[in-house]
Design a protein around this ligand. Structure first.
Ligand SMILES: NC(=O)c1ccc[n+]([C@@H]2O[C@H](COP(=O)([O-])OP(=O)(O)OC[C@H]3O[C@@H](n4cnc5c(N)ncnc54)[C@H](O)[C@@H]3O)[C@@H](O)[C@H]2O)c1
Length: 338
């Protein structure tokens, strides 16, 4: 049994707690929150867990691993303390609010010889795994461009804008699926609901990859519909991944366009189009957070580097920094500082 503590029991923490409660070889041993009402709620659900208000009680307990689901501004401090207390750490996204703090966390984990993993839940999503499989096999041909949207109404955050809140998912998905990191980023956006504090609630993010792939993602807390939708256009085929769809989450379309190799006259110039059918790609569904929690425990046992390691989390923060610089500079292209 791996004994686990969950810190922060607001919206997300209880989902982590449920998964560690349900996994056969883990024990939800400690839960911690500053808020008594959240503690009482979780104590009722999981009577086996000791509920603590004081984070230092978690550090002093015999748990091997700590999951940190508190607001992002607290991640660096709490994760550092947990690593230094000898705990393996799963910290929520974004792992830190700047690259310097993210790098420091990675260094602390190495120094303490502990696993550091970041909650990039979508890289544990079976539909994303299917997309990676399809792209890596070359079924779509050369990848041209990607268009994504991650929008719904809420949950508004006060201390980070929508890019820092939602785009870690898109950046981690794109890096995982394409197998490379972007070289530069640009972002435009606006703050409507929290105008006075200039907290952007909609951001149009563009990532430029070394192979020439262009990825455009819209993230928003201010949209009437929930969308987690990706289109990937390749030279041979096109793919649509719709995470909100209940049946066919991944569809492959045999559609495309080609220009004939030679055309001397306007009359000879004819783009040939392929209008093939869309075919659903089979996805064996499992709750992504369950797969993430199991992976964390597997890495603790095997010593393997997690798919969403601290190192990857720090890369995501670097891309967010470039996007933030672009937002401030009016949308200009900013180099990611690797
Ligand atoms: N991986 C995902 O898909 C996913 C989804 C949603 C949220 N998240 C992440 O989870 C984290 C928490 O988000 P949320 O929406 O649950 O926030 P929330 O505000 O609903 O909950 C945060 C909780 O942390 C508690 N807290 C704050 N400081 C604390 C401290 N020092 N010690 C103990 N408890 C403390 C608060 O009392 C609150 O109950 C964020 O980093 C967010 O980005 C991840």
């Amino acid at each position: 049994m791996t004994r686990v503590g969950v810190v922060g029991l607001g919206y997300w923490g209880p989902k982590l707690a449920r998964n560690f409660h349900e996994l056969p070889d883990t024990q939800l041993a400690v839960c911690c929150d500053l808020d008594d009402s959240r503690l009482a709620h979780v104590a009722e659900l999981y009577p086996e867990a000791r509920c603590q208000k004081d984070f230092s009680a978690v550090l002093d307990s015999d748990v091997e691993a700590v999951c940190i689901a508190t607001p992002p501004r607290t991640h660096h401090r709490l994760a550092t303390q947990a690593l230094r207390a000898g705990k393996h750490v799963l910290v929520e996204k974004p792992m830190a609010l700047c690259a310097a703090e993210a790098d420091e966390l990675v260094a602390t984990a190495e120094e303490c010889d502990r696993v550091l993993m970041v909650g990039h839940t979508f890289v544990y999503n079976p539909a994303v795994a299917a997309v990676k499989e399809i792209v890596s096999r070359g079924d779509l041909g050369e990848i041209y461009y990607v268009n994504g949207s991650r929008v719904n109404l809420g949950l508004f955050q006060r201390d980070i804008n929508v890019a820092w809140d939602l785009a870690p998912h898109d950046i981690s998905i794109l890096m995982y699926v394409l197998g490379m990191a972007p070289v530069s980023a640009s972002a435009r956006g606006a703050a409507y609901v929290q105008r006075e504090d200039n907290v952007h609630d909609v951001v149009y993010l563009t990532l430029y990859f070394p192979s020439g792939v262009l990825a455009d993602v819209r993230v928003s807390w201010l949209d009437p519909r929930k969308e987690r939708l990706y289109t990937i256009v390749g030279s041979k085929r096109m793919l649509v991944y719709d995470d909100v769809a209940t049946d066919a989450k991944v569809m492959i379309y045999d559609k495309g366009a080609e220009v004939p190799p030679h055309s001397d006259t306007e009359a000879e110039f004819r783009v040939s189009y392929r209008w093939g059918d869309g075919v659903p790609y089979p996805v064996e569904w499992e709750e992504p957070l369950k797969a993430e929690c199991r992976h964390f425990v597997d890495c603790i046992r095997s010593g393997a580097e997690p798919r969403s390691s601290g190192r990857v989390g720090a890369q995501v923060v670097r891309v967010l920094e470039a996007a933030q610089a672009s937002l401030v500079n009016g949308g200009g292209r900013e180099v990611v500082r690797w």
